[in-house]
Design a protein around this ligand. Structure first.
Ligand SMILES: Nc1ncnc2c1ncn2[C@@H]1O[C@H](COP(=O)(O)OP(=O)(O)OP(=O)(O)O)[C@@H](O)[C@H]1O
Length: 289
């Protein structure tokens, strides 16, 4: 397996237009301008099939560095399928098929390349699921897990990284005195922050959130949203949400999907206030979906 953490000598940084160029996607005011952030990842004519069924149709989408991009759209439009493709979750099932590319910058690696090790992809691109899914291990071992897989054995390095990740997930103050307790002893909101800490421990470049607050109460939801707001300073975030208020609150850019296609992509404010496509307007005003 080829490791993907070495930048290629001639990495190409796509712009919003070069990413969207071959498609009909409306970029709205997300087009390149002096204040457009660099592209961190990009789907390029990406299609996905569950057996004979085509769930995603030639998606072309830039994901901007250290910003939050929300994927919205009615149930079954392919949001989770796209998110899962970004860290090769679909590899686990036979019959699934990718076409096109999902590139990670600056090395311009196609994450779907079979020569790229999916385990390494998951270190660079962490994923947080709808329901918190800690391992049946201690709080400490959950966070240390990815580092141990990477071969880290030094207790002092592990201790330091576990503390740093728990602080990054705004959980340290609540668990510092109980690191050896089972992760399942934590509340749902704490377990979700533990899962975020588990991702942070391996220093991911991108974090994927698949409806991360749908199983949480309003207070735990607010703490996860606050955390996302802090995390964007150091990591690129792609989030699937059914909750349009949440998309409006937490994201900088929004992509509206329908029936496996990307209909519109733009800055969140523009997409919600002044969408270019009629389909987007119908969805966000509740006339459809
Ligand atoms: N394992 C699977 N096998 C076959 N088809 C699937 C599978 N998973 C999803 N699909 C289909 O792919 C399409 C996209 O599903 P996906 O879960 O990505 O949509 P979504 O937009 O995330 O929906 P929701 O908002 O309800 O979670 C749907 O038509 C769904 O029925």
């Amino acid at each position: 397996m080829r490791s993907i953490d070495r930048p290629a000598a001639q990495a190409v940084r796509p712009t919003a237009e070069s990413v969207a160029g071959a498609s009909n996607v409306h970029l709205g005011d997300a087009q390149s301008s002096p204040d457009t952030p660099p592209v961190k990842a990009a789907a390029e004519n990406f299609s996905f099939y569950y057996g004979q069924f085509q769930a995603l149709k030639s998606i072309t989408l830039p994901v901007y560095e250290k910003h939050v991009t929300a994927l919205i759209g009615p149930s079954g439009c392919g949001k989770s399928t796209l998110l899962r493709a970004c860290n090769r979750m679909h590899d686990l099932y036979p019959g699934n098929r990718y076409e096109g590319a999902i590139r990670l910058l600056p090395d311009n690696t196609n994450l779907l390349d079979p020569a790229v090790d999916p385990i390494e992809v998951r270190m660079r691109i962490g994923m947080v699921f709808q329901k918190p899914n800690p391992f049946p291990k201690s709080i400490y071992e959950n966070v240390a897990y990815g580092l141990r897989i990477r071969g880290e054995k030094s207790r002092s390095v592990l201790d330091g990284r576990v503390e740093e990740a728990l602080k990054g997930a705004a959980l340290w103050a609540e668990v510092a005195h109980r690191l050896n307790e089972p992760a399942f002893a934590l509340s749902g909101g704490q377990q979700q922050r533990l899962c975020i800490a588990r991702c942070l421990a391996t220093d991911p470049e991108v974090l994927l959130f698949d409806e991360p607050t749908s199983a949480l109460d309003p207070i735990a939801t607010a703490s996860i949203e606050e955390l996302i707001d802090q995390l964007r300073q150091k990591v690129t975030i792609l989030i699937v949400t059914h909750n349009m208020q949440q998309a409006a609150r937490v994201s900088d850019f929004t992509a509206y999907m329908y029936l496996g296609e990307l209909i519109e992509f733009g800055r969140t404010r523009q997409l919600f206030v002044n969408p270019v496509r009629r389909e987007t307007e119908d969805y966000i005003t509740g006339r459809f979906g």
